[in-house]
Design a binder for this molecule. Structure first.
Ligand SMILES: [Fe+2]
Ligand SMILES: [Fe+2]
Length: 135
């Protein structure tokens, strides 16, 4: 079973952002599978790096779109993204330096955070963007 099952409840009703979220979910599940298969550290590190790079890319795209349409809660939203980015960077560097942090811990943290963020924060811009004709 996948770690993160995508269902319509996660949709923010904006196609390009749903596609990016779905890609993140796929990458999360790929990393989960790689961990279960007990792939070697180099492969895991590379898969984790791709996931984190794509997360950063998604945040930039999402923030740009919200800025373009003048989303009133943009600053708060950006702050949430930067707190996550900071925490993940910290976990990742502790994982890479072998300080006892496992790839699965970084994965669990990111998965929990993303589910929560999509449901509680990203969902809030859905109506706003739709009202501006963005779908
Ligand atoms: Fe977001
Ligand atoms: Fe998002």
């Amino acid at each position: 079973m996948a770690l993160f099952e995508w269902t319509d409840q996660y949709s923010v009703n904006v196609r390009q952002l749903d596609e990016q979220h779905l890609r993140l979910v796929d990458m999360i599940n790929d990393l989960y599978d790689a961990i279960k298969r007990e792939e070697d550290q180099t492969a895991l590190r590379e898969t984790l790096k791709k996931l984190l790079d794509y997360t950063a890319y998604h945040f930039v795209r999402e923030e740009k779109l919200l800025q373009q349409y003048g989303y009133p809660q943009l600053e708060k939203h950006k702050e949430e993204h930067s707190i996550l980015s900071w925490r993940v960077l910290d976990l990742r560097s502790r994982y890479e330096s072998g300080e006892g942090v496992q790839a699965s811990e970084v994965l669990d943290f990111l998965t929990g955070w993303l589910k929560n963020h999509i449901m509680n924060s990203d969902k809030k811009y859905a109506t706003f963007l739709n009202s501006k004709g963005v779908q």
